[in-house]
Write a protein that binds this ligand. Structure first.
Ligand code: GLN
Length: 457
């Protein structure tokens, strides 16, 4: 089905549609990089997904000639001179970046409200957040502006916004997708992921962007694990979910049972310590990764500085937002000389223990299911979750990053008008097992379409 005939009318229609949602920070025709793309009468067709099909790119992933702001004043005017490997592979397959999507500053947050540049609204309910940190990507896909978008997942940032917006969100196995061209937040945890409106598109994009890359020494070749699965582990005991998420959880369990999977209850005692370990490691790595923004080589440079030290201090003070500063300070604190044993080394031990617990679970079951987030999309501002509550609520997503395993958030239901997602986790390299299970579940629980979704793909 081809509804959109040429790039110029396509970009102007998504620009119009995005006025209320604000998922994009930049469109392809805002810069010279896009003008070549939008000329001509190129047809866009979903049937040949990756030939001339547009996609969104989270604005911490490099696209040649487009800005790379990371949602920060620090990089507001920075234009990337190169493509991230994932972007280059998609371009080589024929797909075309439609623009850059909003995010929590440097990927730090769960709402996209930590962006210093724009407020993105959830297309299901504009008074609510779209999730984060890849919130712009999820909102753009849910609204039908693009069939898929790239995001990054350090502690849940692809899966959680996907669940808030009723779309699929894949966090691949650590290292399977190159991080070359991703602006680093916490390098040992993060991976480039995919947000899409169907399982098929998620799978297709994954198969294109995966693989070892000479530009990323932590990248690995994907060695596909068996896609077969008979059993799904779920957590026993009280999960602390909102009534909406509880309802979605029950439907997903019933849906998987109806698809023929056996459900096995397991315990994951280390989950309780996951948040403390994740934030200790993430902040420590962030404090090192963000040291490069000193106002000297690129990024914001204070106009009022006197001397080098003053330049660095003022540029960082003016360029970073509060949440980023908090994390740099805490990261520096946990790494300070003589105290690593107390925080960082301990967090690494918890990380190993989490990984061991998953190994045990996958000795008993082929997959594991957990809620993606304890609540559906919350409201902007004071009536939503505060920054601390948001961090605690990352408890289900951070586990996969600590363990390095793949996880897919699946839209399972709509409760009180808001989508609810469940995440399915698998052993390393078993992405195909996730896709196969999601395909089966979609027959029982077909994903709902966001009201007002733009037609075209
Ligand atoms: N919400 C988590 C955080 O703020 C996850 C972010 C991410 O995955 N980039 O760190």
């Amino acid at each position: 089905m081809i509804k959109i005939k040429d790039w110029r009318s396509y970009i102007s229609s998504i620009r119009e549609k995005d006025k209320d949602i604000n998922s994009f920070l930049e469109f392809a025709d805002d810069t010279s990089a896009g003008t070549g793309l939008i000329s001509g009468e190129t047809l866009l067709s979903r049937e040949t997904l990756l030939s001339r099909v547009p996609f969104g790119v989270k604005d911490n992933i490099a696209v040649t000639g487009m800005r790379l702001t990371c949602g920060s004043k620090m990089l507001e005017n920075f234009v990337s001179p190169y493509d991230a490997t994932a972007v280059a592979k998609l371009k080589a397959a024929g797909a075309v970046p439609a623009g850059k999507t909003n995010l929590d500053e440097f990927g730090m947050g769960s709402s996209t409200d930590n962006s210093a540049l724009a407020v993105t609204n959830n297309p299901w309910d504009l008074s609510r957040v779209c999730g984060g940190s890849s919130g712009g990507s999820a909102a753009a896909v849910a609204a039908g502006l693009v069939p898929f978008a790239l995001g990054t997942d350090t502690g849940g940032s692809v899966r959680q916004p996907a669940s808030f917006c009723g779309v699929y969100g894949l966090k691949p196995t650590y290292g399977v997708v190159s991080r070359f061209g991703l602006v680093a937040y916490a390098s040992s945890l993060e991976v480039c992921g995919i947000i899409a409106d169907t399982v098929e598109t998620t799978r297709e994009v994954f198969n294109i962007i995966k693989g070892k890359d000479g530009n990323d020494q932590t990248s690995v070749e994907h060695l596909p694990a068996s896609p077969e699965a008979e059993s799904i582990a779920v957590l026993s005991g009280e999960l602390g979910l909102s009534s909406e998420v509880m309802a979605g959880y029950q439907k997903a369990v019933d849906g998987f049972k109806a698809s023929g999977y056996g459900i096995i209850e397991v315990e994951l005692p280390m989950l309780e310590y996951g948040i403390a370990a994740y934030y200790t490691i993430a902040m420590a790595e962030a404090s090192a990764n963000l040291a490069r923004y000193n106002g000297v080589r690129y990024g914001h440079r204070s106009a009022s500085a006197e001397g080098f030290d003053d330049l660095v201090r003022k540029s960082r003070d003016e360029g970073f937002g509060d949440e980023v500063k908090l994390r740099i300070l805490l990261g520096t604190y946990v790494l300070r000389s003589g105290f690593q044993d107390q925080y960082y080394t301990r967090a690494q031990k918890i990380r190993t223990a989490v990984r061991n617990e998953f190994d045990k679970v996958f000795g008993r079951a082929d997959l594991m299911m957990m809620p993606t987030f304890p609540t559906a999309a919350f409201r902007h501002g004071n009536s939503g979750l505060d920054q601390f509550q948001q961090k605690l609520a990352d408890k289900f997503t951070v586990a996969a990053n600590l363990a390095g395993i793949p996880a897919l958030s699946i839209p399972v239901s709509v409760e009180n008008g808001l989508p609810v997602g469940m995440q399915l986790m698998a052993p390393v390299f078993a992405e195909e097992r996730l896709f196969a299970a999601a395909d089966k579940l979609a027959l029982q629980l077909p994903p709902a379409v966001c009201p007002g979704k733009m037609e075209g793909f």
